[in-house]
Design a protein around this ligand. Structure first.
Ligand SMILES: NC(=O)c1ccc[n+]([C@@H]2O[C@H](COP(=O)([O-])OP(=O)(O)OC[C@H]3O[C@@H](n4cnc5c(N)ncnc54)[C@H](O)[C@@H]3O)[C@@H](O)[C@H]2O)c1
Ligand SMILES: NC(=O)c1ccc[n+]([C@@H]2O[C@H](COP(=O)([O-])OP(=O)(O)OC[C@H]3O[C@@H](n4cnc5c(N)ncnc54)[C@H](O)[C@@H]3O)[C@@H](O)[C@H]2O)c1
Lengths: 202, 202
């Protein structure tokens, strides 16, 4: 995982710090973060040094300052528009999730082939898939989530590459590959079968 | 990831072989699998040897025989009941997904606190969360998917531990830990932010 591991740790620090902030914490120590995330305190301090996150005067770290710095490093201190390709069961669940907006992730449109779902008047408009490439170009879309059936995945990937998308979160079980686009896979079926393996092999 | 990596490769072989089978393939060579999954042919042959998967007489592997063997190794040659705790946006999308049944994963019930959602008469009944522990015990449930809000996650984990669940797929962003239960996390927010980091740091 290499670079990925560091980024995932940073995301875990962020989630944890946000939760501590909501409880009323103002400061936190590397030991607290290390215990909760099952890593060593020295790794926490190393990560923070590497990303330019400094400790507070009397020891520990000021939560607010660390959160601002982490968001900057991750590039999520700015707003990011995202589109959802495939407005079915999973697509709709993602389109209406209020948690994205808090992280600066704005769902700007959905795309589908089903006439029953296409509606330009809803708060998040759903357009026909024919309009995908033009919409990506006109609105400078860099991020997309793919929630179409497996047999439509390759076609939609082609259209998104032509439009200029740079990153895709892929929920289909197709093993998509691209030279132009970074693709992260969320394979729910594999996760369940991995759990079945873990609990039956015990 | 260690043992995980091997299991995820096995799941990738399975997905790929099912797709080849649906196209009409009967046999496949380790080179085909290796190219598609970006691994070496010798790793494919090593994995197959380790799991007792033999090659066909005239070279290559018979797809049907390999699939039967992989399902046996993964423990998915039997049916597995699964419950969904939190029948909201994501929970409902998972409850009605036809793809699970093909893998022998049977969603047997949902659980929620919202009276509007509780209904014992639907094809997949939704019960009140109070009944969770008893239901797990009575129906010998080993697997659950957790799709409740973050603030309810710990409470539901406690109830599932008492009931005897052995594996949980956790969709909340809470970093849940348990000595008695294997927990796999699917953190959609982290996946998107990881993508944002990848495309902004290029
Ligand atoms: N729902 C789950 O629990 C689940 C679990 C595992 C995997 N997945 C995968 O996630 C993906 C979406 O699943 P779902 O349950 O939301 O399916 P769904 O059938 O509810 O939604 C798919 C949507 O894609 C649309 N569509 C079909 N062809 C299209 C095309 N060419 N262009 C644009 N839109 C198109 C359909 O009209 C539909 O609205 C599938 O690949 C599925 O295998 C879903
Ligand atoms: N929808 C998404 O795109 C998305 C993305 C990232 C993370 N998540 C996470 O997934 C989880 C579910 O998200 P969602 O969008 O489906 O939320 P949701 O609000 O639509 O569904 C949550 C359900 O849990 C029920 N619930 C609340 N307290 C409960 C309790 N104590 N016991 C049982 N049920 C209870 C609610 O009544 C509701 O039906 C959340 O933790 C969320 O942060 C969702």
């Amino acid at each position: 995982m290499g670079a990925d591991d560091k980024v995932y740790r940073l995301l875990n620090y962020k989630n944890l710090l946000n939760r501590l902030k909501s409880i009323g914490f103002v400061k936190v120590f590397s030991d607290n973060l290390a215990d909760t995330l099952d890593i060593s305190p020295s790794l926490v301090r190393k990560d923070f040094r590497e990303f330019g996150i400094r400790g507070a005067q009397k020891g520990g770290y000021t939560i607010e300052a660390v959160l601002i710095k982490i968001n900057e490093v991750l590039g999520i201190d700015k707003k990011h528009k995202i589109i959802i390709v495939g407005a079915g069961r999973i697509g709709q669940a993602l389109m209406h999730f209020p948690g994205f907006r808090k992280e600066g992730i704005i769902v700007s449109a959905g795309f589908d082939t089903d006439p029953e779902k296409i509606d330009g008047q809803t708060d998040i408009p759903i357009f026909h898939i024919k309009e995908l490439t033009d919409y990506i170009k006109k609105n400078n879309i860099k991020l997309a989530i793919l929630t179409v059936p497996e047999n439509a995945a390759m076609g939609c990937l082609d259209m998104m590459e032509v439009g200029g998308v740079k990153g895709i979160l892929n929920f289909t079980s197709m093993n998509l590959k691209s030279l132009k686009v970074a693709i992260n896979n969320v394979n729910i079926g594999n996760e369940i079968e991995n759990l079945i393996f873990t609990i039956t092999k015990k």
